[in-house]
Design a protein around this ligand. Structure first.
Ligand code: ADP
Ligand code: ZN
Length: 212
């Protein structure tokens, strides 16, 4: 299954992506994680992307398209993949189509704007492996530590109220139109992002036609 996960920042794409990844035995490719790793390592891409990300803006299409294409060419993607955070503009969606990569389904996680701000302020992620947590709804076993690798849990630099507002605007203006693009191709399914993580997981399974 070649799957695209869509939804506003904080909708739960990272968390659901991880659950689906285990269930389906395929990797999640998160452009957000890739870019934050590049920033941490201060690569050329990282240095360039940092300013955009901290302002809540999108990194230029050509940069991100190149990164994703290179990733999708790796052999592990042949058995399927989950794209989280890409495509985020119509130009990116068109570039993906033109690259010849076949997408089987596009799942849009739907969450209201008011909920997003609240959620993002309680969001944390692993400094080492990028795994997502939430201090209210998705706590780690040991406070402040990653269940998977023991790394410290930190708050992302772009999870502050001003940047969150920008990211929501960008989502509605630039990313949401992609839903129509994929709906026309008959690929779009939607699932409601709920308060309870397990409820969202059920909605996602139902939307994808997996056993709930
Ligand atoms: P969220 O979905 O919570 O906003 P992500 O981790 O997916 O977070 O992305 C964080 C930031 O990385 C975005 O606000 C944007 O600046 C940049 N980014 C990630 N994916 C893309 C993309 N496909 N195109 C452009 N910028 C991107
Ligand atoms: Zn970790």
């Amino acid at each position: 299954m070649n799957l695209v996960l869509m939804g506003p920042p904080g909708a739960g794409k990272g968390t659901q992506g991880e659950i689906l990844s285990k269930r389906l035995g395929i990797d999640t490719i998160s452009t957000g994680v890739m870019l934050r790793t590049a920033i941490k390592e201060q690569t050329d891409v990282g240095k360039m992307a940092e300013k955009y990300i901290n302002d809540g803006k999108l990194v230029p299409d050509d940069v991100i398209v190149k990164i994703v294409k290179e990733r999708l060419e790796k052999p592990d993607c042949a058995k399927g993949f989950i794209l989280d955070g890409f495509p985020r503009t119509t130009a990116q969606a068109e570039a993906l189509t033109e690259s010849g990569v076949k997408i089987d389904k596009v799942l849009s996680l739907e969450v209201d704007d008011e909920k997003i701000v609240e959620r993002l302020s309680s969001r944390r992620e692993c400094r080492e492996c990028g795994a997502p947590y939430n201090v209210i709804s998705n706590k780690p076993q040991t406070e402040g530590k990653c269940d998977k690798c023991g790394g410290d849990l930190i708050q992302r630099a772009d999870d502050n109220p001003d940047t969150i507002k920008n990211r929501l605007n960008v989502y509605h203006e630039q990313t949401e139109p992609i839903k129509a693009y994929y709906e026309k191709q008959g690929l779009l399914v939607t699932a409601k992002g709920e308060e309870e993580l397990s409820d969202t997981t059920k909605n996602v399974a139902a939307a994808l036609g997996l056993e709930v």
